[in-house]
Design a protein around this ligand. Structure first.
Ligand code: NAP
Length: 570
């Protein structure tokens, strides 16, 4: 997507001429189709003039639109305008979703007052009808009337669905445009597909269907069902932005890539919500997140794109931790959460976006192995890879930084060679811990709820196995909990009994909450404790080093992750 699709597009001149001709044809056929359907003429409420000049002869208003438009909705005018007041802190480009109000017309005088008070704001008025995914229960006529009144109230752009535009006769459309221009407003024509994202050609067809109305802005919105759907949207944006001010977004969690990267692909702007919980469309992220976490204003074609892949993934702390490190070390890069349903989907996006590297979570850590061109010896031995780097040759290289995540916090506190370490659990995290600690010369013992799994892991990693009832009689230098016991939402609070806590140090890989019941108990007993937060930051710091070749700003990474975890716990 870095210029690749652009090369496939015809040069702007030719393409523009072709699109204009096809627009004319399209417009004529739309009018014919309209007449054939014998729809009732709907007079525009704002202008009775039969002599309105053709839209093209009036100047298109000059607009200040940034990359980010904050979509604001409210159940009442008070809520709508209070959110708009706060949204100004993030962007002076605001979309007013009037259709979320029970009586949108009643908010117009307040809208005018708001825009008079905030002359710096560029405003879009939208009053989407229910038939097209909005909340407005009124007729098409009522929608137009409202949009025109919003323009007269000072809105700079009005959004009309393509389906509504298609119901206008040519003279109606001309009068509508003339009335908008008399009010100093531009037209955005939009299409929303709430079920799917078509292939690039299909999206381009939709963009052309919209462009037939010669709006100032063409907006094509679809719904992502896979990560690869983002590629279709970005290709459409790259292609169409040569001819028009285009906005292209795929809704839904899988569509996040398009929300963040479409301006880089040439989109006029993208949309964000005013705040978490105040979204106007599925998958919308807050303006703060787009600006701070996903660096919308800094993204350019040199920006390296990394991802953290999994399902669920929305609440991953990796993007925050890595963007903090990127910013601190002046690395032009960003990390996006990627909701992955299939490995194939992830591999397509890695190859075609392309992605520079990915942090992978279970079960992808094992599934990805056959697709690696090479991997570090520990990854091969453990059979799990949590870090992918795309080489200059486009091939994928695999690393395991989970091991460092367990080993480093411990080796900072004790000599690992010869140390007796008990690992609780025999799952994915335990594999990294056991292989890593054995490699450092520790004598590792495994206890697991399902004993056979402990036996199998011990055999592979050259560790020892213990049964739970032998714990009270044994003493260790450290205990490492790799079970989810004690994690928020998990019923079982402690992985072992209090009298089995026979060690000088306890390391709990769980980090939600930061102070787990096991760590609290260990602390109360005067033992040294290590939080899973340290593992999370250490494995992330090694990923940063693999991706950037720079030393990771570990303390800064730790600080932001801890702060965010404490904020979430409130
Ligand atoms: P996993 O592969 O599902 O393994 C979980 C292990 O815990 C299995 O051995 C399982 O035993 C055992 N277990 C599960 N519930 C238990 C219970 N109620 N009582 C006793 N044992 C139980 O999971 P994982 O990927 O290894 O992750 C395990 C934990 O490590 C998670 O809570 C995660 O938060 C934490 N972790 C932290 C980091 C970090 O960066 N700090 C990184 C990775 C993982 P059975 O074999 O009997 O099912």
């Amino acid at each position: 997507m870095r210029g690749k699709a652009r090369n496939d597009s015809p040069p702007p001149g030719r393409s523009g001429a072709r699109v204009r001709t096809s627009l004319r044809n399209r417009l004529q056929s739309e009018q014919k189709a309209f007449k054939m359907r014998q729809l009732k003429e709907m007079p525009l409420a704002v202008s009775n003039s039969r002599e309105s000049p053709p839209a093209q002869t009036q100047a298109v208003p000059r607009l200040r639109v940034g990359k980010l438009c904050v979509a604001v909705q409210g159940a009442s005018p008070a809520e709508l305008f209070s959110r708009a007041e706060s949204a100004i802190n993030d962007s002076i480009f605001i979309e007013f979703r009037l259709d979320f109000l029970a009586k949108p017309a009643a908010a117009l005088s307040e809208l005018k007052a708001f825009l008079n008070r905030h002359r710096e704001v560029t405003a879009i008025a939208t009053c989407r009808r229910k038939a097209f995914g909005g909340h407005f229960a009124g007729s098409l006529n009522a929608e137009w009337e409202l949009l025109l009144k919003a323009a007269e109230a000072g809105c700079h752009i009005v959004d009309l669905e393509v389906e509504s535009a298609e119901q206008l006769t040519r003279p109606q459309l001309a009068r509508f445009r003339a009335a908008l221009r008399a009010a100093g407003a531009a037209l955005l024509v939009s299409s929303h597909d709430f079920s799917r994202t078509r292939r690039p050609d299909g999206l381009i067809q939709t963009a052309r269907r919209i462009a037939a109305f010669e709006p100032e802005f063409v907006k094509v919105v679809s719904t992502a069902r896979s990560l690869a759907d983002n590629l279709s949207v970005l290709r459409m944006v790259e292609d169409q932005s040569l001819n028009a001010h285009v906005v292209g977004i795929a809704m839904g969690e899988e569509g996040l890539i398009s929300r963040i990267l479409s301006p880089r692909a040439g989109a006029a702007f993208t949309f964000a919500s005013a705040a978490e919980g105040a979204e106007t469309a599925p998958g919308q992220v807050s303006a703060r997140a787009l600006l701070d976490l996903y660096r919308l204003e800094q993204l350019d074609h040199a920006t390296r794109i990394y991802g953290v892949a999994g399902n669920p993934i929305a609440h991953s702390l990796s993007p925050l931790m890595h963007v903090t490190a990127f910013r601190r070390e002046n690395v032009n890069a960003v990390m996006l959460p990627l909701k992955v349903r299939t490995l194939d989907d992830l591999l397509t996006v890695i190859r075609d976006l392309p992605l520079d590297g990915v942090a992978v979570t279970m079960p992808l850590k094992q599934e990805v192995l056959p697709h690696l061109a090479n991997m570090d010896p520990l990854t091969a031995k453990i059979g799990a890879c949590n870090t992918l780097r795309t080489g200059a040759d486009g091939k994928l290289y695999g690393f395991n930084t989970d091991v460092a995540g367990v080993v480093r916090p411990l080796e900072r506190r004790m000599r690992l060679k010869g140390a007796r370490i008990l690992v609780l659990g025999a799952g994915g995290a335990a594999r990294a811990a056991v292989f890593g600690l054995v490699e450092q010369g520790a004598e590792v013992y495994i206890v697991n709820r399902t004993h056979e799994k402990a036996v199998a892991l011990a055999r592979k990693a050259k560790a020892h196995v213990l049964k739970q009832n032998a714990l009270a009689k044994n003493r260790f230098d450290a205990i490492v909990n790799t079970t989810p016991c004690g994690m928020t939402g998990i019923k079982q609070q402690l992985p072992i009994e209090e009298d089995e806590l026979n060690a000088s140090l306890v390391f709990d890989l769980v980090y939600t909450p930061i102070e787990t019941p096991l760590l609290k108990l260990a602390k109360a007993r005067g033992l040294a404790v290590v939080s899973g937060l340290e593992m999370f930051v250490q494995q992330g710091a090694r990923q940063f080093e693999i991706w950037t070749g720079k030393p990771a700003p570990e303390s800064e990474m730790l600080r932001v992750v801890e702060l965010e975890l404490r904020r979430r716990a409130q």
